[in-house]
Design a protein around this ligand. Structure first.
Ligand code: PLP
Length: 351
């Protein structure tokens, strides 16, 4: 069987995916040959997908959510902007987002003919909402906030961002692809109870411990998803709102199994462990004279010399950098304290 052994996985410090929960792995295998993209034929997996959407809705305080299990956060972000574009009445649609927004928004803008207006960040790497206000106008179809940024794990001021969207009559989309399974256990304001959000990305295949592919798109109402529907003459069902046609039943079933096993207690424990590990690593790096971005979520960004970074990669540590060249370590569930200790020991050997 070709798969990363737990030992190999433990040196992966850059990924936002992780080892799936054992129940998720087993469920994926059972549903390998199913296709939720054809719900009239594959009814069981279609029902399971509704349950996943309902469970995700519960996590983000959204009663009666609409949505589906996407191939990942990129598809969910693309689809959210597509909803916004399809509903809007303008020939020159634009989207306002912070520069920290994931590169999938750039793909979406290119595909959908949208102008992407990016606002700078504040000193704490969060969206500068004053700049966002200036960028938004009557042609703005969506205003985007990120709840758990890819580079620094920051949560944008979501209520302020939702207010900007309301002000210009645009949809508010929140990208919680990575942060969504951690944030319910924090004091951040980020979900549907905190602000008038329209759509959200939240990915079971990241901190949700499902197998890849299992992303999540949630929408406040069926009416929003209807903006994506096309007719499907040769299927048993009549219309489809997803981007891809045939989809992975394995991802859907695994998301359900992971949620059943871990929501909420297991995810809470995982969140506490990940945060404690991030705080520990941040302190260890600071002790060694590195400048560290305070880890608000379990992600540590720190400045280390280029030579050191390259040497650690040579030692087979799977690490990556932020756009500014800082070392970036994501404290995912497979990243243990022992692993981080071994990483710091290797770092010490370089100095
Ligand atoms: N949004 C955020 C905040 C992410 O961090 C990522 C990936 O890391 C994505 C979207 C894209 O997700 P995917 O790679 O599953 O398409």
């Amino acid at each position: 069987m070709q798969r990363a052994t737990p030992q190999e996985f433990s040196r992966v410090l850059s990924s936002m995916c992780t080892e799936p929960h054992p129940d998720a792995r087993a469920a994926a295998e059972r549903f390998l040959a199913t296709n939720p993209g054809d719900p009239g034929t594959y009814e069981t997996i279609a029902d399971i997908e509704h349950e996943v959407v309902a469970q995700l809705g519960e996590m983000v305080s959204l009663p009666e959510p609409a949505g589906y299990v996407t191939s990942g956060g990129s598809e969910a972000n693309i689809q959210a902007l597509r909803i916004a574009r399809n509903r809007a009445d303008t020939d020159e649609p634009n989207v306002v987002a912070p520069t920290s927004a994931h590169f999938s928004f750039h793909k979406a803008a290119g595909m959908l003919g949208l102008e992407l207006r990016t606002a700078p960040l504040d000193d704490e790497y969060r969206a500068n909402t004053t700049a966002m206000v200036e960028l938004a106008d009557e042609d703005t179809v969506a205003v985007v906030g990120v709840a758990g940024t890819t580079e620094h794990g920051r949560v944008d001021p979501i209520p302020e961002i939702a207010a900007i969207a309301e002000e210009v009559g645009a949809l508010c989309h929140i990208d919680a692809a990575w942060g969504g399974f951690h944030l319910p256990f924090t004091d951040h304001e980020w979900d549907f109870a905190d602000a008038p959000i329209d759509t959200m990305t939240i990915d079971p295949h990241k901190l949700g411990r499902a197998v890849v592919p299992a992303g999540g798109l949630l929408a406040r109402s069926d009416e929003l998803l209807d903006a994506l529907a096309v007719e499907t003459p040769y299927l048993e069902s009549r219309s489809q709102a997803t981007l891809t046609g045939t989809r992975s039943g394995a991802g859907v079933a695994s998301a359900r199994a992971a949620l059943d096993a871990l929501w909420p207690g297991g995810y809470r424990d995982q969140a506490e462990r990940g945060q404690a590990n991030a705080d520990w690593l941040a302190a260890a790096l600071e002790d060694r004279g590195c400048s560290v971005v305070d880890p608000e979520l379990p992600l540590v960004a720190a400045e280390v010399p280029e030579k050191t970074f390259e040497a650690l990669r040579e030692m087979d540590w799977r690490i990556s950098r932020t756009g500014n060249g800082a070392l970036r370590v994501v404290c995912m569930p497979h990243v243990t304290r022992e692993t981080l200790q071994a990483f710091v020991d290797d770092l010490d050997r370089q100095e």
